[in-house]
Design a protein around this ligand. Structure first.
Ligand code: SF4
Ligand code: SF3
Length: 552
């Protein structure tokens, strides 16, 4: 075994990637990510103790932990050199914090189940050796391992959302404190019950983090509005921006204005079109292509420059003609792609290199034409509330189906297209995340002017779907969110879906069906706890599941 990773839905044989990641992650990078996680636990030990002593943790430290977590999420960063640098920085930061803790009279030799606060090296060779001994499988009890990793994946997703909020100047020290406490908790001999409490708490912090990001996005760029997004192309060269970071979107649109270079969104950046602040740019042309896993084809025909602001990167094929035109920024990275440095002191990032590069490129090749509609986040749906409530009361809308989450390569994901196609005409899909690409171009029609697919936005905008459910509960004067005519049939892929799931559970949502497979990191006992307490279920066939959902 060269590595072990089972954090995403596409993990090999639904048990774990052991030789190389299905995502393309090499064993070297996987192990360095494990080593970075190990050191984050060492850093967090000191920050947790320092907080107890009343010390305010500096923004640099909080950001270091948050960004490092983000860098280890599925298909965000494949760049070995970046991880080597990070590991060195982590050792230095941990040692500085430990000195500070010592000066405060804190305990600098705690009883942890790893040597994450003492182990050190300067050599890459030694890093690689140590990396092989600090992985997930070092926790021998499979239930404890499962709970520890569930918690870790939850905070990885949380870190991604917290980082986007932070990039817009929205911070919450409680969220940083929780992520760091969770990291330390995985080094302690906690019981299954104690870890379960933390996993549930993670969901509460997930809600808090998504609320913070929602506030950051909507305060800065306005509330998403119903928008028809063009999926065709124009004749200018273009930049295709992917990922979730709206501050990067803003910087790019500002810097491309008047340059003759058009901007298109890919995959999870599609919802940027729904924000009033971005609509004013006439060179913000539309959305190109489909979900992240189709990028090898989409990028080939785009002909222009590509910018990744976050996950999900697919390694280019050896025959690719676009690899030299891809740039990464923020937590994302890939050996061979050029990386745009972080903004300094809140100043815009410098995208001039990309823009000059794009000017040399051909215009995109048209692969489809028409429009897709979206922008149904909470404020927009609340504005339509009377219409929606009437439709429910008259029976025009029988049921809502929350089909949020992720898309992915697995063949079984056709299930979601079939499910959407076969849903009765008096049902409405509420979506968020890249899962929508399985059905957002289908002619599903509308119900009295309400489209049958209501897209709230990115995966983090699942928060909007929760707010909509809570609003409906209030309007219909129900005691329990589960009494609403809403079914949850969610697709997951990476760790942001984990925090979304935990957040929904913390809001009291029950009977969520999760597919296309249940997470490999859930041990049978942990899965049973989720089934018994929350009614979590897996998917079967579109027909059978439809019957089950419509009967309940
Ligand atoms: Fe495998 Fe997923 Fe881990 Fe990649 S992120 S190595 S595909 S489990
Ligand atoms: Fe998609 Fe990666 Fe999860 Fe943000 S972009 S939902 S998979």
């Amino acid at each position: 075994m060269n590595m072990f990773c089972y954090q995403c839905q596409e993990t090999a044989h639904n048990t774990g990637c052991t030789i190389k990641g299905v995502c393309g992650k090499t064993s070297e990078v996987a192990n360095l990510q494990d080593l970075l996680m190990f050191l984050l636990k060492g850093i967090s030990y000191s920050t947790v103790e320092l907080r107890k002593a009343g010390v305010k943790i500096p923004a640099y430290t909080n950001r270091f932990v948050m960004e490092s977590l983000f860098m280890t999420i599925t298909n965000a960063n494949f760049d070995k050199e970046r991880f080597v640098i990070r590991v060195r920085e982590a050792i230095n930061l941990r040692d500085e914090l430990l000195l500070e803790l010592k000066a405060k009279g804190g305990n600098t030799s705690p009883d942890l189940d790893c040597d994450c606060i003492t182990w050190t090296t300067e050599s890459v060779k030694e890093m690689e050796v140590k990396a092989g001994n600090v992985g997930i499988l070092e926790t021998k009890n499979e239930d404890i391992r499962s709970l520890r990793e569930l918690l870790i994946y939850g905070i990885k997703g949380m870190a991604a959302y917290a980082e986007h909020a932070s990039n817009l100047g929205y911070e919450d020290d409680d969220i940083h404190a929780f992520m760091q406490e969770a990291l330390v908790a995985t080094t302690q001999e906690l019981s299954g019950d104690e870890l379960t409490v933390l996993v549930l708490k993670c969901g509460e912090y997930g809600v808090k983090t998504m609320a913070l990001l929602d506030k950051a996005n909507t305060s800065t760029y306005g509330n998403p509005e119903i928008t028809k997004v063009n999926i065709g192309v124009r004749n200018n060269p273009g930049i295709l921006i992917s990922g979730h970071d709206l501050r990067d979107m803003q910087d790019l649109l500002e810097q491309t204005e008047g340059t003759g270079v058009d901007v298109y969104t890919h995959s999870e950046m599609l919802p940027a079109h729904y924000y009033p602040a971005f609509k004013k740019y006439s060179h913000f042309v539309g959305n190109y292509g489909s979900a992240w896993w189709r990028q090898n084809e989409d990028f080939e025909s785009f002909n222009g420059v590509i910018l990744f602001t976050t996950n999900c990167i697919v390694p280019p094929r050896s025959t690719s003609t676009y690899a030299d035109k891809v740039y990464t920024t923020g937590a994302s990275g890939f050996t061979g792609f050029q990386h745009i440095e972080d903004r300094k002191d809140g100043q815009p990032k410098d995208f001039s290199k990309l823009i000059e590069h794009a000017k040399q490129c051909k215009a995109p090749t048209e692969i489809e034409s028409g429009e897709i509609i979206g922008g149904f986040a909470h404020a927009q749906v609340f504005a339509l509330a009377d219409k929606v409530v009437d439709a429910v009361k008259t029976g025009a809308i029988r049921k809502f189906f929350v089909m949020a989450g992720c898309d992915g390569r697995m063949k079984g994901r056709n299930y979601y297209t079939e499910f959407a196609e076969n849903l009765p005409k008096d049902t409405v899909i509420l979506t968020a995340g890249c899962a929508k690409y399985r059905y957002n171009k289908l002619p599903l029609g509308d119900i009295g002017g309400i489209p049958r697919v209501l897209d709230a936005g990115q995966c983090n905008d699942s928060y909007s779907l929760a707010l909509i459910a809570l609003k409906l509960k209030e309007v219909f004067e129900l005691n329990d969110i589960n009494e609403l005519p809403i079914a949850y049939n969610i697709a997951w892929y990476e760790q942001k879906a984990v925090i979304v799931l935990l957040a929904l559970l913390s809001l009291g949502v029950k009977n969520i069906h999760l597919g296309p497979t249940l997470p490999a990191f859930l041990s049978p006992n942990v899965a049973k706890v989720l089934v018994d307490n929350f009614g979590i279920g897996s998917i079967t066939t579109p027909d059978e599941d439809m019957k089950m959902f419509l009967a309940s």
